[in-house]
Design a protein around this ligand. Structure first.
Ligand SMILES: C[S@@+](CC[C@H](N)C(=O)[O-])C[C@H]1O[C@@H](n2cnc3c(N)ncnc32)[C@H](O)[C@@H]1O
Length: 293
């Protein structure tokens, strides 16, 4: 491969600056209502006879349930941090289920702070504009933290994992749910590599961490009892909703004679390539990671 094409690839992938992520979510967050009435900005978790294959939100909310059950914390007065909280869909789920919990969500998007906080009115939750790689929380101050499809924006960076470790109290847990690479970036076949580039540029992702490297980083940082579950088969049914959701979204816009904003196009591209990447099962997987400080 020529140096020029390598540079081009790197440029595509490394486009996830703080500004590009903020712009993406300030403009495209509203579109997610089409994906989830509860404003879950993530994929779902399918359990036969518990969740409904045809009701997307039942699977998306089950993902929330899976996260909270792994946090496994004393419920009263515990403080939980949502690292990359979107518009607070998961926070609302957690606060409804565990009313004595306090949850602080952080996001880069001002739009999400404003709209999310409106929806958290009268609940024990608050959304703040903060960077999960460098937060204002004190050392050893929180009882649990989770990150649902948010750390991918920083390539599951060492810095973000270390920051989570810093703020957690001893024996408390970090739960991450996200897509990861099963091998190193440079080992991807051309098809996977193309889908990966398009996914990253569409959704303003720095990249996906390789699952082995992320585990190694967690260990190096000091996390213990690290459990890594490949839940790709549980997530697949909700990923298969993508083409229907995209088609419905475009038809609705056309019908209303509304124009598609540039960030909405990017979102659609990201969604489509998430589906196509998911088909490359040797390269990509969806995991739930639970780690204890
Ligand atoms: C795909 S959304 C997921 C939102 C939410 N976790 C959910 O599942 O509904 C990704 C979120 O990560 C946030 N994010 C990305 N990079 C961030 C950073 N460096 N610091 C804080 N939040 C970040 C975005 O602002 C957005 O809210």
């Amino acid at each position: 491969m020529s140096t020029l094409s390598i540079l081009h690839k790197l440029k595509l992938r490394r486009s996830a600056t703080k500004q590009s992520i903020t712009k993406f979510y300030d403009e495209a967050t509203e579109d997610y209502q089409f994906w989830s009435n509860d404003f879950n900005m993530h994929f779902g978790y399918y359990i036969p006879f518990k969740t409904n294959l045809f009701k997307r939100d039942s699977m998306l909310n089950e993902m929330n349930n899976q996260v909270f059950s792994r946090l496994n914390m004393p419920k009263k007065d515990s403080l939980v941090i949502d690292l990359g909280c979107g518009i607070g869909g998961t926070m609302r789920y957690g606060l409804r289920k565990y009313p004595l919990l306090r949850i602080i969500g952080i996001t880069l998007s001002k739009f999400q702070v404003k709209e999310g906080n409106k929806r958290l009115n009268n609940m024990n939750g608050l959304i703040l504009e903060e960077n999960y790689e460098h937060t204002f929380f004190k050392n050893d101050s929180v009882d649990g933290a989770y990150a649902i499809e948010s750390l991918c924006h920083s390539g599951h960076s060492y810095k973000s994992l270390k920051e989570a470790y810093r703020i957690l109290k001893t024996k408390s847990r970090l739960v991450i749910t996200d897509a990861f690479l099963k091998k190193d970036e440079n080992q991807l076949c051309p098809g996977s590599s193309y889908c990966y580039d398009q996914l990253c540029s569409g959704w303003s992702l720095e990249g996906l961490g390789s699952i082995h490297k992320v585990k190694q980083n967690l260990e190096e940082i000091g996390f213990k009892n690290i459990r890594i579950e490949d839940v790709s088969h549980r997530v697949a049914p909700s990923v298969l909703h993508v083409p229907f959701a995209i088609t419905g979204f475009i038809f609705k816009k056309l019908f209303r004679k509304e124009y598609l904003k540039p960030q909405s196009w990017k979102n659609l591209k990201g969604s489509l390539f998430a589906l196509l990447s998911g088909l490359h099962i040797k390269s990509f997987g969806y995991y739930i990671i639970t780690a204890e400080k």
